[in-house]
Design a binder for this molecule. Sequence first.
Ligand code: MV4
Length: 464
Amino acid sequence: MEFGDWNLKFLIQDVMFKKILIANRGEIALRVIRTCKEMGIKTVAVYSTVDEESLHVKFADEAVCIGPPASSESYLKMSNIISAAEITNADAIHPGYGFLSENAKFSKICEEHGIKFIGASAEMIDRMGDKANAKATMKAAGVPCVPGSDGIIETFEDCKRVAKETGYPVMLKASAGGGGKGMRAVWKPEDLQNAWESARTESKAAFGNDDMYMEKLIEEPRHIEIQIVGDSRGKACHLSERDCSVQRRHQKLTEETPSPFMTDKLREEMGLAAVRASEYIKYEGAGTVEFLVDKHRNFYFMEMNTRIQVEHPITEQVIDFDLIREQILVAAGVPISGKHYTPKLHSIECRINAEDPYNGFRPSPGVITTLHAPGGHGIRLDTHVYAGYAIPPNYDSMIAKLITTAQTREEAINKMKRALDEFVIEGIKTTIPFHRQLMDHPDYLAGNYTTKFMEDFEMKQDEE
Ligand code: MV4
């Protein structure tokens, strides 16, 4: 830290928020409330009518009902959230992830109302949300990018030309996209026109925008992302990587740090590329630079997320850091220490969803009749559910994040097996059996997995 701890403590008290409204629900709302309490900051929860009995409502100092169950009428209803902040006199809003966390209009409205948005500025959200533009910015910053089109492709003639220049296979991507929507892999020239038209139609329907760009297709990539924190002076530091390659239909299932594919050299290069990217755009707050990594360990910029991510706890565990606290300090204008971090431990997160892995991971809402949480050394459970809690069908299906941390990957996996065996949830189906089988899978145990891994994964039928 730049100031002596003594001065910094007084500086922090002067600039620190008195009351933060958490514009979210579930485990992330609880996560933010916990850090606020530790920092002596008052908290306001917002909730929809179906969430009245949810834990974040009970743990907050104040709570405001902002509407009916539908997200569009509650957690996405900007006017109701701003009104809740006004009537409770909150001086900042933490958006968590999802919902309004990367909504430029909401960031702007908070600013116009003199409420600090603990996230990126509207300008930054727009800049990183436009994927082709974000890529052009990263290229200018000297961050490795996948070869391909120079920005948006205007016509199909251009599309054909760029595909020829790039060389098949290519990946068509929606500039307003993310998470795989409006994306098409094209292996042969005769498939290009269909892909071009269907990708644009899908993107127009999903985002109201059909701008497309093209990249060389990276075969069987790994998804490795770097956590960064930037401060109000334009300085950034990186907090090492997370391997998020185990995904099903672009939904992350489990994440770990360090990545089993990482080398010290690769980590240093990716970390510095992420810091270069952040400092080039003067990024403020917690952010994540996502990279595709090919089998030769070449890495390429994919996207930059301007929010705290679901999987942030594994980074916190291996460098003993509170990322939500860091977000709040940076938003209050406190400078970051600026040093970079490498993992001292190994941490794995399993996302426990109310889904049935024996039936296509279909949602399984309902009342939790019995719950026994795992515990012991190296176990962290971030969850808002409890015995008797009714899981509403209106929101995403994640109900808990089980995180294990140990000196080595093998010990972290063994701890995860033991914790999953202890974790009892009855009344609904969950993905616990999937994660337990994953922890026995030879390729996973060998750290030998890419984003293709789940395409070949088969659940062994229940022994019962
Ligand atoms: C790619 C790719 C291969 N080559 N780009 C998926 C969503 C978005 N984050 C970008 N994605 C990909 N972009 C090129 N040039 C493969 C994927 C991809 C993927 C990336 C990360 C994690 C999971 C994935 C699943 C399917 C495809």
